[in-house]
Design a protein around this ligand. Structure first.
Ligand code: ADP
Ligand code: MG
Length: 733
């Protein structure tokens, strides 16, 4: 699933018939009347650049403006509007020059009184005076039984009865900026929307919508932005959510269909003997859960439909052994496998542990990283030749494996470890890694390797359905036997000296520690709070606490070779304390490291903290591992998160809590994972709509997989716009 595609799924799609309209959905907002350079700039800060962006900028709530009424009917619910004549007014200066000044007035109509107060509004003295007929609008409060409005909006009337009465209305409230208030955004939308409504292409046929009691896309946007009735916003929004979810599910279902019908993968041989042989290679017996998962994978690999599976398992659950099992199935069938890791450190670690596992076996294993061989070097060329000629069975590497020069003789399986991005593009790229002369099967299907993605980011069920819907999911539950418990403590920053003093004692007993910080050095820090940094902390720890021991720092700005050297010194216990950024978050496995300290813990996401904690508690040495979260949880939210970390070690539970607290957009963190996949719909609240969209998408594809029926033409066009060619849809124009 491609995030960027999904994130666009409620985007209004421009129709071709709009060429003569002056304003288009793609028009920059500066073309709107009243939007000059400055306003356009402010709007850009709200990520609003085009008219389509503006239309997609949905209200976060509505304020009810009651119809203009009489003072004696004023209620304290919602915004009210009344008119009357000012009977009295006075200015009350700030007391002793401090606090706020007040301007007070009394409005009277037919003997009823409403008191009005404006703070810091001395200028009103010149404008509002007894005898003036005005209309005010604001929230009503009862003060000692009498109605009152604080800081109401007001307008002077010519005469008390002159202006027509205000009608009841819903006023949308938009996410806004200080210099671009919600009212201004509303004004812009109210002006622009009617001009472009007929340019919105509705991907769904009218009958289809009628059956589901849903409005057209144009109506839905109108209802959300310019509601004529109280029920309209929810009605319109439901359609927008459905649209987004349906397009997402169509993408998923079509991709799956494409995978099944247009691609072909090698059927890998598997039987008792193969199974026994592979399992004897592993240095331990697989757990029940690992075994169950390998059975699922083995079943996939025996079919000629490419496997497309996500293997989830908490940190330390033993995913590598499962990957090795699958890779050995490829080797047993005399084909090749590749294992791709996100960093050099991890690739190397996998290479070493797999080498150990396969010692003495007749399997040719190679490592391809820039540390192992520089791109373009003679050594790299030799390696590439071996891969191309099938003299290597399993290649472990980084993204470099996707490089242009890499060509396999017969790549049957790709395993991608600790993947966060799950790109379709990547999967497609691996499809081109085989002999191009053999790219097509005789029946026209394209050859593709099987694909296994592994992640330790536990993904709640509700989410995996949305985002990874085109992947089959396997889950390793539990941890291998002999795993040591991890004690987690949350402490305030004032305790950090005590923490390090305690750790000194444990290091003296031969244990090792990680200390994680959010930044490398002080440069570029603008925050009011100075964050402790890796480099400063390395020095502090070395000089103040760990004099007789070696402290080293590791971070992303180091050269890969230096990083490897540091990692190796830590692995062999020449270094006792490793001060690091989150670079060590994934996969690093040093069993003797039993202590994890995370400074500024409130700055990390829960999933990230969980990953980091998973670096300890790995050995079978019988020592109790410790994770100390040093945090200053200033918000209730971060306090809740840190508590959740201390309360459980179950990654799935942590993920659910994280999802609950931060919502889906934040769950993955945009930096690492791309834009949030949904804009309008909310998971899990909109689960019922999601299920409906899923059923509908499946029914649509079952009936018309090519979307060739005339009533599906617009849907096809919109999907092509959103996903490009990756769904295998033909663009017939
Ligand atoms: P992850 O799922 O985080 O990638 P690993 O594959 O690195 O976990 O496994 C974590 C540790 O558990 C490794 O040291 C591995 O050798 C060990 N391990 C995995 N499976 C088993 C098992 N069935 N029995 C004993 N140890 C195991
Ligand atoms: Mg791993």
């Amino acid at each position: 699933m491609r995030y960027d595609a999904a994130s666009m799924s409620d985007q209004p799609h421009a129709s071709e018939a709009s060429a003569d309209a002056t304003l288009k959905l793609t028009s920059p907002l500066s073309e709107l009347p009243g939007v000059g350079k400055r306003r356009a700039q402010i709007l850009r800060r709200l990520e609003l650049e085009t008219l389509a962006d503006l239309i997609r900028h949905l209200p976060m709530r509505y304020e009810k403006e009651l119809a203009e009424g009489d003072i004696d009917q004023l209620s304290t619910e919602g915004i009210a509007s009344v008119r009357g004549v000012i009977a009295a007014s006075r200015f009350v200066p700030a007391y002793g020059g401090r606090g706020k000044s007040r301007f007070e007035a009394t409005l009277v109509n037919q003997g009823q009184r409403l008191s009005l107060t404006w703070f810091n509004a001395g200028y009103l003295q010149d404008k509002i005076h007894p005898g003036l007929p005005i209309r005010v609008q604001g929230q009503v409060k009862l003060f000692q039984g009498y109605p009152q409005m604080i800081n109401p909006k007001w307008e002077a009337l010519e005469a008390l009865e002159a202006a027509p009465a205000r009608e009841e209305a819903l006023r949308p409230v938009y996410p806004a900026a200080e210099d671009m208030p919600s009212t201004m955004i509303h004004k812009l939308i109210a002006e622009a929307l009617p001009k472009v409504l007929d340019q919105l292409v509705d991907p769904l046929p009218a009958d289809y919508l009628r059956e589901r009691e849903m409005p057209s896309l144009a109506d839905a946007y109108r209802m959300v932005h310019l509601p004529a009735h109280e029920d309209e916003p929810a009605f319109g929004r439901r359609r927008l959510k459905y649209n987004e979810l349906l397009l997402l599910q169509m993408g998923i279902v079509l991709k799956r269909h494409y995978n099944q019908t247009r691609l072909i993968a090698p059927k890998l041989k598997w039987n008792e003997a193969v199974d026994q042989h592979i399992r004897q290679r592993l240095p331990f017996a697989l757990t029940e859960s690992q075994l169950h998962v390998t059975r699922q994978i083995a079943a996939d690999l025996q079919r000629d439909e490419p496997m497309n599976r996500l293997l989830q398992g908490d940190v330390g659950a033993g995913k590598t052994a499962v990957a090795v099992y699958a890779l050995l199935m490829a080797v047993a069938d005399r084909r090749q496998g590749a294992l791709m890791a996100p960093t050099e450190i991890l690739a190397e670690q996998h290479f070493q542990s797999i080498s150990r596992m396969l010692a003495g076996a007749n399997v040719r294993l190679a490592l391809m990283t820039s540390g192992q061989s520089k791109p373009g070097s003679a050594q790299r060329k030799a390696l590439l030749d071996q891969i191309a000629q099938g003299q290597v069975d399993i290649v472990v590497g980084t993204q470099a494996l996707l490089g242009e020069a890499v060509q396999f003789k017969d790549l049957a399986l790709v395993v991608v470890d600790e993947q966060h991005r799950f790109g379709v593009a990547q999967r497609a790229a691996f499809r081109e890694k085989n002999d191009p002369s053999q790219a097509e099967h005789h029946d026209g299907r394209l050859r593709s390797p099987h694909y296994l993605v592994m992640t330790a980011t536990p993904i709640p069920r509700t989410l995996s359905l949305t985002i990874f819907g085109d992947l089959d999911v396997s889950i390793i539950t539990g941890l291998p036997p002999g795993r040591q418990p991890i004690i987690t403590r949350v402490v305030g920053p004032e305790k950090s000296d005590d923490v390090y003093r305690y750790i000194t004692g444990r290091v003296a007993q031969g244990e090792q520690a990680y200390v994680v910080l959010p930044t490398i050095d002080e440069s570029g820090q603008e925050q009011a709070v100075q964050l402790k940094s890796v480099l400063a902390h390395e020095k502090l720890l070395q000089d103040k606490f760990f004099q007789g021991y070696k402290v080293e720092a590791i971070h992303g700005r180091l050269k890969p070779a230096d990083r490897d050297a540091i990692m190796n010194r830590f692995r062999s216990n020449q270094t006792q304390v490793l001060v690091a950024t989150t670079i060590i978050e994934v996969g690093v496995d040093v069993p003797n490291a039993t202590i994890m300290v995370i400074e500024h813990a409130e700055r990390f996401g829960l999933a990230q903290l969980h990953q980091l904690r998973g670096r300890v508690g790995r050995g079978d040495h019988g020592r109790k591992s410790l994770c100390v979260l040093i945090g200053d949880p200033t918000s209730e939210e971060s306090a809740k998160r840190l508590e959740a970390m201390a309360a459980t070690r179950d990654g799935f539970k942590i993920a659910e809590v994280d999802l609950e607290i931060r919502g889906m957009g934040e769950f993955f963190g945009t930096r690492q994972h791309g834009a949030a996949p949904l804009r309008v719909a909310r998971i899990p609240e909109d689960m019922d709509l999601l299920q409906m969209a899923k059923r509908d998408a499946e029914a649509l594809v079952a009936r018309d997989a090519e979307l060739a029926l005339p009533e599906h033409a617009r849907l096809r066009r919109v999907l092509l716009q959103q996903y490009g060619q990756s769904l295998g849809l033909v663009d017939v124009g």
